[in-house]
Design a protein around this ligand. Structure first.
Ligand SMILES: Cc1cc2nc3c(=O)[nH]c(=O)nc-3n(C[C@H](O)[C@H](O)[C@H](O)COP(=O)(O)OP(=O)(O)OC[C@H]3O[C@@H](n4cnc5c(N)ncnc54)[C@H](O)[C@@H]3O)c2cc1C
Ligand code: SF4
Ligand code: SF4
Length: 477
């Protein structure tokens, strides 16, 4: 094969076979070998204008680490990755790889496997590194919520020398990343990432709920100089249909947290998941693994092509003995004492709406009943703002998380900021922006210049150059 031909052959990572992987929670995707990673990295064109870097919400220099892997320099690749991405061990398993969608090789159907190469960098290079805080500052910052947005903001602020306390209502940190099933991300990844935070002045206070035990305003009154509200979208959504609170109906997020944390979960033999996003797909694959021999189905009101779940995830799910029903919208749940079935309204695609997405409309009189003893509702989550003062002026983002309605994610209360994101890496990008606003606010109050993010390893290494014409990286010189 010529060099030119090999450039168009993406090296796929091996995966567990469907019959074996659906009986337990073993990780489905394996990693590259060292040699495979180098070959895959050598396909990269090292574009002068890397669309991949620009598409990454945290502007990770993926072109840089791919180039280092191509030369077999795995230690340097790991260091470069971790320099701007403190949750890289998590992201190399779960990121929706927006970079790959923008890769120039995608046009030929063979984008570089940027996420799998991140995993190779961290597995074959030395990733046991430590972040170094700058000289300590006096202003303590409080963060509410230990999900990716809160953790990224903590990293940014601790690097700049601020002492940070993170308040979290659950016992475990990680936010929704803690609900991602273990067949996609074995649970220790986030803890591996947090190990690198060990020299920070960072305190986690778990089992404490804002709105119940304290409020952003009470934290300011206690002496915190700024508060970042990063509470994500943790309240289950329901479609608002008769029977939705019958025994046997489980909210998806709670179901997935329970499974990951080893709490007992009771499923029947006829399981239907309602929804079409990633949470629905994770729920249906989890139910399959917990209930061998049961019928497991997923129903969504639009088509496969319009499902918000990623194409990759649906493709991985299809061989796992799951019945997919498209164009079915939940109408009512049957049963008196507990769930006995669910009635769906059949839908059809109509004309495109103002966003270009085709509307779905009910087909007159067409209903479908599916027998079920367990229904998992995965129709979206939203922020739980109980106990938060309306005076904060929080806006709800399009996936249900709250954010400050003013520039820089600031809220209507001075010193309080709020943000979140629709994926782990988007939440991290929001955490960075919020931390930059908090730093600018505190520097302004103290009358000192804003210096931006220092070198995370304390060696004064300048940030990677960004080609002309591109938006600047979040890392400021
Ligand atoms: C099942 C599932 C699978 C997913 N898979 C992926 C994936 O593969 N890739 C990907 O990129 N994204 C995935 N996501 C989305 C991703 O996890 C979220 O976009 C991201 O975690 C949002 O981060 P966040 O910090 O804004 O909010 P969250 O992660 O929701 O974190 C908010 C934190 O605040 C805490 N909190 C809430 N209210 C309070 C309160 N009142 N007081 C104190 N603490 C509070 C919560 O307990 C939580 O820990 C998935 C989500 C789910 C549910
Ligand atoms: S963090 Fe995600 S989007 Fe960014 S380079 Fe890595 S895989 Fe791509
Ligand atoms: S766009 Fe693709 S080919 Fe170009 S530098 Fe990025 S990964 Fe390499």
């Amino acid at each position: 094969m010529t060099d030119a031909e090999s450039r168009y052959l993406r090296i796929e990572v091996p995966e567990e076979q469907p019959e074996e992987r659906t009986v337990d929670f073993r990780e489905v995707l394996h990693s590259y070998t060292r040699e495979e990673a180098m070959l895959e990295a050598q396909r990269c064109l090292q574009c002068a204008l890397p669309f991949c870097v620009e598409a990454c919400p945290i502007t990770q220099d993926c072109r840089g680490y791919i180039g280092l892997i191509a030369d077999g320099e795995f230690d340097a690749a790991a260091r470069l990755t971790l320099r701007e991405n403190p949750l890289a061990t998590t992201l190399c398993k779960v990121c929706y790889h927006y970079c790959e969608d923008a890769c120039i090789m995608k046009g030929r159907g063979v984008p570089i496997a940027i996420r799998h190469l991140k995993r190779a960098a961290l597995e074959f290079g030395n990733s046991d590194l430590e972040y170094v805080p700058s000289a300590p500052r006096r202003e303590r910052v409080a963060i509410i919520g230990a999900g990716p947005a809160g953790l990224m903001a903590a990293w940014e602020l601790c690097l700049r020398g601020y002492p940070v306390t993170v308040f979290e209502k659950q016992r475990a940190v990680g936010g929704q990343a803690g609900a991602i099933p273990h067949y996609r991300m074995p649970h220790h990844e986030l803890l591996i990432d947090l190990q690198r935070f060990r020299h920070f002045d960072l305190t986690f206070v778990t089992d404490r709920t804002a709105g119940v035990d304290f409020t952003p305003e009470s934290l300011l009154a206690e002496g915190y100089r700024a508060v970042f509200v990063a509470i994500g979208a943790s309240k289950a959504g329901y479609p608002g249909i008769p029977g939705e609170h019958l025994p046997g109906v489980l909210p998806a997020l709670e179901f997935l947290y329970d499974v990951n944390q080893g709490r007992p979960v009771k499923l029947g033999r006829k399981i239907v998941v309602v929804g079409g996003g990633d949470v629905a797909v994770d729920s249906v694959r989890t139910a399959r693994r917990l209930s061998p021999g049961a019928t497991v189905a997923m129903a969504y009101r639009r088509t496969r092509g319009e499902s918000p779940a990623g194409e990759e995830e649906i493709r991985e799910t299809e061989p796992e003995a799951i019945d997919f029903h498209w164009l079915l919208s939940p109408s009512r749940i049957l049963g008196t004492e507990r769930v006995e079935g669910i009635v769906f309204q059949r839908m059809e695609l109509g004309a495109p709406d103002h966003s270009g997405r085709r509307a779905v409309t009910p087909v007159d009189g067409a209903f479908v009943t599916i027998e079920a003893d367990t229904i998992i509702m995965a129709v979206g989550e939203k922020a739980d703002l109980t106990g938060f003062a309306p005076g904060l002026g929080l806006k709800i983002g399009n996936k249900g998380w709250p954010e400050g309605g003013r520039p820089g994610y600031s809220t209507d209360v001075e010193g309080v900021f709020a943000a979140g994101g629709r994926s782990v890496v988007h939440a991290m990008a929001a955490g960075t922006k919020a931390a930059e606003s908090i730093d600018a606010y505190l520097c302004g109050k103290a009358g000192r210049p804003v210096e931006g993010r220092p070198d995370p390893f304390g060696e004064g290494v300048p940030p990677p150059p960004v080609p002309e014409g591109y938006s600047s990286p979040v890392w400021k010189p």
